[in-house]
Design a binder for this molecule. Structure first.
Ligand SMILES: NC(=O)c1ccc[n+]([C@@H]2O[C@H](COP(=O)([O-])OP(=O)(O)OC[C@H]3O[C@@H](n4cnc5c(N)ncnc54)[C@H](O)[C@@H]3O)[C@@H](O)[C@H]2O)c1
Length: 321
């Protein structure tokens, strides 16, 4: 492995998953967290997500021989589904338990955390000031060799490059939620990212069982959200303008494209709060009568009823049955 020590800055939903994925693939992982309180919040997430990852490996055993298995196995955890055996999965489970126990460290002293780091992945809240604050603090502590990446979903690396003290060794490495199953890694440099560093990040993504998806230039929303956000907005527009209902819209999409899920099922997975926040960022969100306004109103009604998606048990669909 070209990369040994990985540091994850931020122990939230994505940071935890990234750290676990790196430990699973044999890397030494240190979470840099800002306080003792953060340790108290991150530890249960590590336990929760590591249990989910092991659970998905256990479930994968029952999928062997099932033609659907190839579509739903945890792709980040089993590199080659073809011909995999129960014994091999048992070995992966035993190895995962050992690595989760031995390879993960939590540290609040930033200097100690980044000592000898090969790569630092910043996965802190989507707050530019917080990110700038941490980059500024980190820049004099990082070893010369360390590559720095951001997992930011909505901000561009060029916004932060100048604060890192190493713009040529800085780029975005963007994961998707539940990375052990949805193993995409979008890699996006800014104009000052060194080409060799970019390629090393591509290699690192493959090393942690992600499929590297290369962007040749900066793009807000990367590849996925550049397509997904307008697609989901179009579907919500059909619903808000009473052209059709969520079930029919989903059915249309699925029948016509053989997709496993339609836009409203996807919205339930993403979570309606996120969908609402994205909608409200549009310039016409407060302009009565516009489609954006109607979408916001309808989403808000569902959120107020607690119908926020799969995690809540109900969104556009009922998951309690
Ligand atoms: N949630 C997703 O589906 C998703 C998917 C891809 C990328 N991302 C990106 O990942 C990043 C983290 O998102 P998340 O969903 O894990 O958020 P989260 O709210 O679950 O976690 C954010 C973490 O950042 C820490 N943090 C905030 N301010 C800090 C500071 N000043 N110093 C140190 N730590 C600080 C918090 O304590 C928390 O642990 C964001 O940039 C987001 O855009 C999220």
């Amino acid at each position: 492995m070209a990369f040994n020590k990985v540091v994850v800055a931020g122990g939230g939903v994505l940071g935890t998953q990234i750290g676990l994925m790196c430990a699973y693939t044999g890397h030494d992982v240190t979470f840099w967290l800002r306080s003792e309180g953060s340790i108290g919040r991150t530890q249960p997430k590590i336990e929760r997500y590591s249990a989910l990852m092991i659970e998905d490996l256990e479930k994968a055993k029952a999928l062997i021989g099932n033609p659907m298995g190839a579509f739903v196995y945890p792709r980040g955890m089993i590199k080659d589904w073809n011909g995999v055996t129960v014994e091999q999965i048992d070995e992966l489970i035993a190895q995962a338990k050992k690595r989760f126990a031995e390879n993960i460290h939590l540290e609040i002293d930033m200097a100690k955390a980044v000592e000898d780091a090969d790569i630092v992945i910043e996965s802190m809240s989507e707050d530019p000031d917080a990110k700038i604050g941490v980059y500024t603090k980190m820049k004099d502590l990082l070893p010369e060799k360390t590559i720095l990446c951001t997992n930011s979903s909505t901000m561009l690396p060029s916004t932060f490059a100048e604060y890192t003290g190493r713009p040529e060794k800085y780029c975005a490495l963007h994961f998707a939620n539940t990375i052990w199953k949805n193993n995409t890694a979008e890699i996006m440099g800014h104009p000052g990212t060194d080409a060799d560093v970019y390629n090393q990040v591509v290699a690192f993504a493959a090393e942690i069982n992600m499929v590297p998806l290369k962007l040749h230039k900066e793009q807000p929303g990367y590849i996925l959200n550049s397509m997904l956000v307008p697609f989901l907005s179009a579907a919500q527009g059909l619903w808000a303008n009473e052209v059709s209902d969520p079930e029919t819209i989903d059915l249309t999409w699925q029948l016509a494209t053989s997709a496993p899920a339609g836009p409203f099922k996807i919205l339930d997975i993403v979570g309606l709060e996120t969908a609402y926040n994205i909608n409200q960022m549009k310039p016409d969100a407060a302009v009565e009568g516009t489609t954006t306004y109607k979408i916001g109103k309808l989403l808000k009604e569902k959120i107020d009823k607690g119908e926020t998606g799969v995690n809540a048990g109900k969104g556009f669909y009922d998951y309690t049955k």
